[in-house]
Design a binder for this molecule. Structure first.
Ligand SMILES: [Zn+2]
Ligand SMILES: [Zn+2]
Length: 293
C-alpha cells in the first residue's frame, strides 16, 4: 500500500517509492479519512473494541430529566421518612431495618426480572416501556455509552415510573405499617438506582471511586466481572444489576432449566411470543475481557 501521508490531492507530488495516479491519490485520501474516523470512534470507547459509536445523542442532563429525578428522589425520601417517623420502639426499629434489607434483596430480583423483560420482549412501539426497551437494546450495541451519560440523563427513564408508584403508596400509607413503607421505599429506590450500579459495572476500575470498588469487590453492588458475563453470548443470564446475589440462583439450572427459561416457556405457551435470547441476538459488541484494570 502506498504511504497515504505522502499523497496530495492532485496526486502530482509524491514522496517515497511509489508514484500514484490521481485516482490512486483520491483512494488514498479516502482511506486516510476512514482511518481518522475510526480512530475518533475508538477514542470514544472505554473498551478496546473497534466498533462504531451510537447515533449522535446528547449525553448531558436536561432540566426536564433533572426534574424527573429530583421529583422521584423527593417522593422516595417522603415515603422512607413516613415509615421511619412511626418508629416508636426498638422492635419497630428492628422491623424497619429488616425491611430495608429485604428491600435490597427484592430490588436485586426485581432488577433482574425487569432487565430480562426489556432485553427480550417488545420494541419501541410497546406502550409505557417502549423507550426503555429501545434504551436497553441500544445498550447491548453500545454499552460504553452508559459510562458517558450524566447522572440524570442516565437515570430519568428508570426514575419516571417510580413517581406514580410512590404517590400511590403515600396515599395509602396512613393504613400501612411503618416497616411496609420502608420496604416499599427501599425496594423502589434501589430498583431505580440499579441503572447507576449498572453504569459502574461498565466502568473501568481505574475510573471508579474507591468506595464503589470496595462495594463491588465485597459483592454488595454487582461486580464488573459478573455483569460482563451478561454481555457475552448467549446473552441469556446475569440479568440482576443491584447486588447480583440472585444471578447464580436464577441461572443455577443452566440455559435450559434456569428460572428465566421456565418463565419464557410459560409466556410462550400463553402468547406464542418467543424471547430474543432463544435466537441468540446478534449484537455487534461482546464483552471480551475484564474491566478490572
Ligand atoms: Zn441486557
Ligand atoms: Zn450492561
Amino acid at each position: 500500500m502506498a504511504d497515504s501521508s505522502s499523497v496530495c490531492a492532485s496526486g502530482s507530488q509524491v514522496r517515497g517509492v511509489t508514484t500514484l495516479q490521481p485516482q490512486q491519490a483520491s483512494a488514498g485520501l479516502q482511506q486516510q479519512q476512514q482511518q481518522q474516523q475510526q480512530q475518533q470512534q475508538e477514542a470514544r470507547q472505554p473498551s478496546s473494541n473497534s466498533r462504531p459509536g451510537p447515533p449522535e445523542e446528547d449525553y448531558s442532563s436536561s432540566p426536564g430529566q433533572q426534574a424527573i429525578v429530583a421529583g422521584a428522589a423527593i417522593l422516595f425520601a417522603a415515603l422512607e421518612l413516613r415509615g421511619l417517623s412511626q418508629i416508636s420502639s426498638p422492635l419497630a426499629a428492628l422491623q424497619c431495618a429488616s425491611a430495608a434489607f429485604a428491600g435490597y434483596i427484592i430490588a436485586d430480583f426485581a432488577s433482574g426480572v425487569y432487565h430480562w423483560g426489556v432485553d427480550n420482549y417488545g420494541d419501541g412501539s410497546t406502550p409505557i416501556f417502549g423507550s426503555q426497551i429501545v434504551g436497553f437494546q441500544g445498550h447491548h450495541q453500545w454499552p460504553w455509552v452508559i459510562t458517558q451519560r450524566e447522572f440524570c440523563n442516565n437515570m430519568y427513564k428508570v426514575f419516571l415510573p417510580t413517581i406514580p408508584f410512590s404517590i400511590f403508596w403515600l396515599s395509602i400509607s396512613q393504613w400501612t405499617p411503618a416497616w411496609l413503607d420502608v420496604l416499599a421505599a427501599s425496594s423502589a429506590a434501589l430498583v431505580a438506582m440499579s441503572q447507576q450500579f449498572h453504569g459502574w459495572a461498565h466502568t473501568r476500575k481505574s475510573d471508579l471511586p474507591a468506595a464503589v470498588i470496595a462495594l463491588q469487590d465485597r459483592g454488595i453492588l454487582v461486580s464488573r466481572r459478573m455483569h460482563g458475563a451478561h454481555h457475552r453470548a448467549p446473552f441469556e443470564g446475569n440479568y440482576c444489576i443491584v447486588s447480583g446475589w440472585w444471578n447464580p440462583i436464577l441461572d443455577a439450572r443452566g440455559s435450559d432449566q434456569g428460572f428465566f427459561r421456565k418463565l419464557e416457556r410459560f409466556f410462550h405457551s400463553l402468547t406464542g411470543v418467543e424471547p430474543r435470547c432463544w435466537h441468540e441476538p446478534k449484537y455487534d459488541w461482546e464483552e471480551q475481557g475484564s474491566l478490572d484494570a
